[in-house]
Design a protein. Structure first.
Length: 94
């Protein structure tokens, strides 16, 4: 950290940034995943990224609401399971 900020200050800034990110994840989570846009369709990649972010934040000792984490992980699992590998599978899922 080139600015020489003290560890307490840096930790507080990190906590605020993570809280902001978690609020954005909460607001963007829909039944079909995390959406990039307010009323957009969920995207599997964004949902996976959010899940990874939350797991890494928790591993680093930051507070991540377990209900939100579980919702994102369950949504991701549902999305991955339903991804079609070919046209007949896609029709069956639809």
């Amino acid at each position: 950290m080139g600015s020489g900020g003290n560890p307490q200050s840096i930790r507080k800034q990190a906590e605020q940034s993570i809280e902001t990110a978690l609020a954005a994840i909460q607001n963007s989570l829909h039944h079909d995943g995390i959406s990039q846009w307010r009323h957009g369709r969920g995207k599997t990649l964004l949902t996976a990224y959010a899940a990874d972010f939350m797991l890494e934040a928790r591993a680093a000792g930051f507070g991540v609401p377990i209900a939100l984490e579980n919702s994102v992980l369950q949504t991701l699992e549902r999305l991955v399971v339903r991804q079609a590998q070919n046209l007949p599978e896609a029709r069956a899922i639809a």
